[in-house]
Design a protein around this ligand. Structure first.
Ligand code: ADP
Length: 161
């Protein structure tokens, strides 16, 4: 039984995230999408809201679970017998940070391997912060957010403007 974690902020979950989750779900027996709660960041969506949105967009994948985590990801991995951390890589901007995190995580827990996946080209430049910025200026975010949650995400982002 191979379990992988897909950690991230998911504030909110985008088509880019969903693409990575879907690819991971085809490669591993079980995937836990993990909302990493970082007190230093100022998210728009609460951890519970982010978990609920991810649950809705992944409900058709029967090997995907969603959880939240306030501890080190590698400690969560140890507790849940996960052997891989799956990260999405966008254009070069993600590389340096993700490479550093992967090496630090390996030092912390040598039994967890970081695996990098790339999205479809259409989502290569997509990020949650770009979605929030577009919404802030009243732009159309429908190409970037899964249709099942679009109306709720739009409503919520409008409220936070
Ligand atoms: P964001 O930058 O969108 O807020 P997160 O912090 O939630 O992203 O990232 C969680 C993971 O998903 C990271 O590994 C990140 O590189 C990856 N990811 C996010 N958006 C994309 C995308 N459009 N294509 C590939 N990977 C992505």
């Amino acid at each position: 039984m191979r379990t992988a974690l897909c950690p991230g902020s998911f504030d909110p979950v985008t088509m880019g995230h969903l693409d990575i989750i879907q690819r991971a779900s085809g490669l591993f027996d079980k995937v836990i999408v993990l909302v990493a709660v970082n007190e230093e960041k100022k998210p728009v969506f609460s951890p519970d809201e982010r978990v609920e949105l991810i649950k809705r967009v992944t409900s058709s994948f029967d090997n995907v679970e969603v959880d939240q985590c306030r501890d080190l990801i590698v400690d969560y991995a140890r507790k849940h017998d996960a052997t891989a951390i799956v990260k999405g890589l966008r254009a070069i901007t993600d590389f340096e940070y993700e490479f550093q995190m992967a090496l630090i995580n390996r030092k912390l827990n040598n039994s967890v391997e970081t695996v990098f996946l790339t999205t479809s080209e259409e989502y290569m430049y997509l990020s949650s912060s770009a979605v929030k910025q577009v919404a802030h200026y009243g732009g159309d975010i429908s190409p970037f957010i899964p249709p099942q949650i679009l109306a709720d995400v739009e409503k919520r982002l409008k409220k936070s403007r």
